[in-house]
Design a protein around this ligand. Structure first.
Ligand code: AMP
Ligand code: MG
Length: 362
């Protein structure tokens, strides 16, 4: 059991969309049984540890366990490096130095940070600004641990600093500047996806062909589970021990954004860590969004984006993007799927499935 993740590997397809692929699973199981015997030492390797403020899990197959172990160590070293550059919690990170100084003068930035800034900007443009790393100009005023929220006045004063156009990247010079004071950036909506996508590349370079890498809500699957798909469970947003959906998947990225990870409730309102850049406040139309796609950097940024955009606009965007799919749990616990998943039988009879009891009745 992997209880704290938004997505988990499960022990089999029991209900949900998984049942539609039982045949595929049986074929996979037969192939597995028929596979030539592996070398004696070949085995699954497992790592679990804290990383980037969340839970890192790596599960991979390697014919040579020593090589597999070396691959895992290379991933951990790379993620530690990304964290040192992009952590908002470390005063010495490149990100923190940028937030302190980029409004006064251009600040040097690593190639990795510039790459993430460019990918973030592309998603901002794609989503009409629903994804915006300058959300932090207001977002950093919330303290979810100490249940602190900014006043209306403070939100109003800081709101004009939210606009991704305020961030100027000079790729040739390797610098970043902000066009006005008060701008703050945070890469929490994209950096974990970027890190797991790099991890997949590192494992591939080490010859690994079957792996699952999960960093909090961002998962990257490399290949399949040796002849059968990985079964990935999407967490019920209101019950950490229950799954909303199970999906048989291979060679893909899955990212989940939820309102249940970092939040507090005050006066009946849930203040959570996803902020609508237009208002400086948390949106409430949905409880979680999961995005499937070819790379984790984009599934990560898009899960946050669709959370902000809401069901209609968010699913319309995903339906337009080749290779991407979405599962949304709305505020009443109802499941909504993108066209491709719906077509594949993710829900039947045109009815909306519900995650919880009668939440979706009506
Ligand atoms: P995720 O778990 O990927 O949805 O990311 C949530 C994190 O993204 C938050 O903890 C913030 O660091 C960051 N974030 C919140 N709202 C936005 C937004 N509108 N655009 C970009 N990043 C955001
Ligand atoms: Mg995300």
């Amino acid at each position: 059991m992997l209880p704290t993740l938004h997505q988990r590997e499960c022990d089999g397809p029991r209900g949900g969309p998984g049942r539609f692929l039982t045949v595929a699973l049986l074929v996979g199981a037969v192939l597995l049984l028929c596979a030539a015997a592996s070398p004696a030492q070949a085995q699954w390797l497992n790592l679990q540890r804290d990383m980037m403020g969340t839970d890192l899990r790596i599960y991979l197959w390697d014919d040579d366990p020593d090589a597999g172990q070396a691959a895992i160590e290379a991933v951990v070293a790379d993620m530690s490096h990304i964290n040192a550059l992009m952590s908002p919690y470390r005063a010495d990170s490149e990100l923190s130095r940028m937030n302190a100084r980029a409004a006064q003068a251009p600040v040097h930035a690593s190639a990795e940070l510039i790459e993430v800034l460019e990918q973030a900007r592309a998603v901002s443009e794609l989503t009409g600004g629903a994804f915006d790393i300058t959300y932090a100009s207001v977002g950093h005023l919330y303290d979810y641990r100490r249940h602190i929220k900014p006043s209306e006045t403070a939100i109003g004063e800081r709101l004009p600093a939210i606009d991704y156009h305020h961030v100027k990247v000079d790729k040739a010079a390797g610098t970043v500047s902000f066009t006005r004071p008060g701008v703050r950036i945070d890469l929490g909506g994209i950096a974990k996806g970027y890190a797991v996508e790099r991890a997949a590349g590192i494992l591939r370079d080490h010859g690994v062909r079957h792996a699952q890498i999960s960093l909090g809500g961002d998962t990257r699957l490399l290949g399949d589970h040796r002849g059968r798909p990985w079964i990935i469970g999407i967490q019920d947003p209101r019950d950490a021990k229950a799954l909303a959906v199970r999906l048989p998947l291979s060679d893909t990225a899955v990212s989940t954004s939820g309102d249940y990870e970092r939040y507090f409730v005050a006066d009946g309102i849930r203040y959570h860590h996803i902020i609508d850049p237009a208002t400086g406040r948390s949106p409430h139309a949905v409880e979680s969004v999961s995005i499937l796609g070819p790379d984790a950097t984009r599934t990560d940024a898009l899960s946050t984006s669709v959370f902000v955009m809401g069901i209609q606009q968010g699913l319309a965007l995903i339906d337009e993007l080749p290779g991407f799919e979405a599962i949304v749990v709305d505020s009443r616990g109802r499941l909504h799927y993108s066209e491709g998943l719906a077509r594949a039988g993710a829900h039947g009879n045109g009815k909306r499935e519900t995650v919880r009891g009668n939440a979706g009745a009506k």
